[in-house]
Design a protein around this ligand. Structure first.
Ligand SMILES: [Fe+2]
Ligand SMILES: [Fe+2]
Length: 319
């Protein structure tokens, strides 16, 4: 979000009566629909959220997509193909939602391909072994699910409805990932070590994924307008409460010696995640950022003939 002075300047330009009515509608639990009046700050922030979310879905399909040819059985391969296909579908749905706010999809794709568009940190890392596919499906989709399921109550109607569909499919992704981990953890010593190794590598990025702790009062509009419903740390706390017991139950060690639940404060205590790493990675300098964007550009170029054929077909039908 822009800094406070810019926010105030944007809000000062809005019609106060319309702004008050807009806020009353949201407070009553009504959804804002594409043709409705909305403040410019709401529209711009939503576009940024949606674009980032859509980019993350299609970039997130890559690390797992790379493993489709090496899935250890036909059953695993089918499940993984279905999951990857779902993720690309989520991207499609979210770009469509962003388009209802006035930003063309071509522009968003162009920004992603030229490195201007952002996507989540976790999709900038390599998926080194089959255990990584399990950890991604179970814990990364799990972390995303904590945020997405809570965000279903967002005030923008099309986003909220898209999230309902996305969350429905995500429950399958979690099962898919958990089943891979469960199988490996009931296997050989080497298989268990693979899972532990994947967890060691992914834990840092997962903790960073939720972002640095922010305060409810810093950008009150975000909460009043239901663009955010919980702070970053509230989401991280929920994730830890849901997953730490399950991870430990499988006999895995979480690579953070300071991680514990503080009964008095009713919250998880953990080693402060490496925020420099997070900002470096989302800024375009992750271990796999360049390779993944190159792959995305290649797919985009290879799909050009399909887009052109569809455009010609649409033009001919409209004529
Ligand atoms: Fe997804
Ligand atoms: Fe997913």
């Amino acid at each position: 979000m822009a800094d406070r002075a810019k926010i105030e300047a944007m809000l000062a330009k809005e019609d106060p009566d319309k702004l008050a009515e807009f806020e009353e509608r949201i407070a009553r639990g009504e959804k804002i629909e594409p043709g409705d009046w909305m403040p410019e700050l709401y529209r711009k922030t939503l576009i940024r959220f949606l674009q980032n979310h859509a980019n993350s879905e299609i970039m997130g399909a890559l690390p797992e997509g790379e493993w489709i040819p090496y899935a250890p059985s036909m059953k695993r391969k089918l499940a993984l193909i279905a999951k990857v296909q779902d993720e690309v579908g989520h991207g499609q749905l979210l770009y469509m939602v962003a388009e209802t706010l006035g930003k063309p999809r071509e522009k968003m794709i162009e920004e992603l391909l030229n490195g201007k568009g952002r996507f989540q940190n976790v999709f900038n890392y390599p998926a080194e072994t089959w255990a990584d596919v399990g950890i991604i499906g179970w814990l990364i989709d799990g972390a995303a699910m904590v945020m997405q399921s809570r965000l279903r109550a967002t005030s923008y109607g099309p986003y909220s409805r898209a999230l309902a569909r996305i969350c429905y499919e995500e429950t399958f992704h979690l099962m898919q990932g958990y089943d891979i981990i469960l199988t490996l953890m009931s296997g050989t010593k080497r298989q268990k070590e693979m899972v532990q190794d994947a967890l060691n590598r992914w834990w840092g990025p997962i903790m960073q994924f939720f972002g640095p702790a922010d305060k409810l009062g810093k950008h009150p509009e975000m909460y009043r307008w239901k663009l955010k419903l919980y702070t970053n740390d509230q989401n991280r706390q929920k994730f830890l409460s849901q997953y730490v017991p399950k991870i430990r139950e499988l006999g895995l060690t979480i690579p953070d010696p300071n991680l514990r639940y503080d009964e008095e404060k009713k919250r998880w205590v953990y080693t402060e995640p490496d925020w420099d790493e997070l900002f470096r990675v989302i800024g375009g300098d992750g271990p796999m950022t360049k390779e993944r964007l190159a792959l995305r550009r290649l797919h985009y170029a290879e799909g050009r003939w399909i887009r052109e054929a569809l455009e010609r077909f649409a033009r001919r039908r409209a004529a």
